[in-house]
Design a protein. Structure first.
Length: 256
């Protein structure tokens, strides 16, 4: 029995290729991390992930910094329609780093509105019906998944009410992107992703939106779009939680 990925933006169940033993180990690891975090929360006062002030997971001021202000990001040399929910700066950047660096999945729900707003803008700006689109997350590396115990982009996508489809996988591990310029990043990532079948679903003929956490130069999104198009998918655009305020990116903001 096949599942129609176009049933709704949030109706596609993601497949998995993990074996029983691997799934068990991951679950034990995840529960262990959660137990340690819960124990620490009892002993240590809660501090805001955005500003480190004591008293709350995220304080009221930092929550205001997460209110979506969607912006269209123009990637030089490419016509990919990219929208980001918030700028990657201040409390928003600190909270996203906390999710990734400190493996704090509880924060994901607070980032979800930013991603949801970007997804809506992709659909509106391209004239696509949300029910016709499939959200495809940028794949996590094995190293990152083992370190955190969860996939950041997939988790925030789910919290935004959308079921991600893992139609992309990494063919190789790219070098560290930090410190690289746009051209170097493009070369570093070129050929690094491959579209594949997941849960009986193939990319061929699907209308997809690529989903990621942060857009910097756009190199990762460009490589993902290349891999999906090579497999026959129609890449409608890309949505990210945040965008870095790099020079050379034109951002057209909207409050719609």
């Amino acid at each position: 029995m096949s599942v129609d990925p176009r049933a709704s933006y949030a109706a596609v169940l993601c497949g998995t290729h993990a074996g029983p033993m691997e799934s068990t180990i991951r679950e034990v690891w995840r529960l262990g991390r959660r137990a340690v975090a819960d124990a620490a929360a009892i002993v240590l006062p809660e501090r805001c992930a955005g500003c480190l002030e004591p008293g709350a997971l995220i304080c009221a001021a930092c929550l205001r910094a997460l209110v979506p202000v969607p912006a269209r990001i123009v990637i030089p040399g490419d016509d990919l329609e990219v929208w980001a929910g918030v700028p990657f700066e201040g409390p928003a950047a600190s909270i996203l780093r906390a999710v990734k660096r400190d493996a704090r999945p509880r924060l994901a729900r607070h980032l979800a509105p930013a991603l949801a707003s970007a997804l809506r803008q992709v659909a509106r700006s391209t004239g696509a019906a949300p029910a016709s689109l499939v959200a495809v997350p940028i794949p996590s590396s094995t190293k990152s998944l083992r370190a955190r115990g969860f996939r950041v982009v997939d988790l925030v996508t789910q919290r935004a009410g959308v079921k991600p489809q893992r139609l992309l996988r990494l063919q190789r591990t790219a070098a560290d992107q930090r410190g690289l310029g746009r051209i170097e990043r493009l070369e570093n990532l070129r050929g690094g992703m491959l579209a594949h079948e997941t849960g009986g679903l193939r990319a061929d003929g699907l209308r997809v939106v690529i989903v990621d956490d942060v857009v910097t130069t756009g190199a990762t999104l460009i490589e993902a779009a290349r891999a999906l198009r090579a497999a026959g998918a129609v890449v409608v655009g890309a949505a990210t939680i945040a965008a870095t305020p790099l020079r050379g990116h034109a951002a057209a903001r909207t409050h719609g």
